[in-house]
Ligand binder design. Structure first.
Ligand code: HPA
Length: 256
């Protein structure tokens, strides 16, 4: 069963026909919220809001290990991670949907491995390609079949947050090769890899990164809310198609 982790702008999955919810206890503590199970156009899926149902958990406070463990416990066969980002590259303006293919991790102090603790064998997972190629391809093909434009490939810079970056930090990220910037991509991606779950991201550009384009003099999220809202509608449609819906699929119209 595919799992969807929703981020800012996607705290519910309105096209999920909910069957039940489950509070999962994990060896790593509490996940961000109860797991929601259901069907999208008759195909099973589960959903977890990364920041909690009330959007109260900051990026550096998310219990990524508990979240990933819970999805693994419920036999997730793949994870689609949805998150909003800032666009660094010129062509990544508000509303663009990006499927990144690389990550640079600038986060610190987060619990970023399952392989630690007394009696645990030190394990180094391969992370050359942080996102699962096949799952990314499925997302790309779903978007293409729907005529929804997505940018394929891009280097995602994971910053600590919760504050936004300075303009100089964005310049540095660009020099490092980053195309987009967000706060939650790590350690989520590597924990999925450690558990052997194929993981892909759908990033929605909410704003030009600090100091760029319309954010030259600051970032004002309020004015971007409608952009995010509209773009997340497109993301939901893509997810429907990936989960396996046919042309005539109608959203269930239920909120979780
Ligand atoms: N920086 C970091 N994370 C973000 C941004 C940003 O500009 N926009 C949305 N998430």
């Amino acid at each position: 069963m595919l799992a969807i982790i929703g981020g800012s702008g996607l705290t519910t999955l309105s096209n999920l026909d909910v069957s039940h919810r489950e509070v999962v206890r994990t060896p790593y503590g509490e996940p961000s919220g109860s797991l929601v199970f259901g069907e999208i156009c008759g195909k099973p899926a589960m959903f977890l809001p990364r920041h909690g149902y009330g959007h109260t958990i900051a990026p550096h406070m998310v219990n990524y290990r508990a979240n990933l463990w819970a999805l693994h416990h419920h036999k997730a066969t793949g994870i689609i991670s949805v998150a909003s980002v800032g666009g660094i590259r010129d062509d990544l303006g508000p509303g663009e949907i990006v499927l990144p293919n690389q990550i640079i991790d600038y986060t610190w102090g987060r619990k970023s491995t399952f392989f630690e603790g007394v009696g645990t064998t030190v394990t180094h997972v391969d992370f050359t390609e942080p996102y699962d190629r096949e799952l990314c391809k499925r997302i790309e093909e779903a978007a293409e079949s729907l005529g929804i434009s997505v940018k394929v490939g891009g280097v995602y810079a994971a910053t600590q947050g919760p504050r936004l970056e300075t303009a100089a930090e964005i310049n540095r990220l660009e020099r490092d090769g980053a195309d987009l910037v967000g706060m939650t991509g790590m350690p989520e991606a590597v924990l999925a890899r450690e558990l052997g779950i194929p993981y892909a991201a759908i990033n929605v550009v909410a704003n030009h990164a600090a100091g760029r384009g319309s954010s030259a003099n600051g970032i004002h999220f309020e004015s971007l809310e409608h952009v995010l809202h509209e773009a997340m509608g497109r993301v939901r449609t893509i997810i429907e198609r990936v989960v396996g819906c046919q042309d005539n699929c109608q959203p269930m119209g239920l909120s979780v």
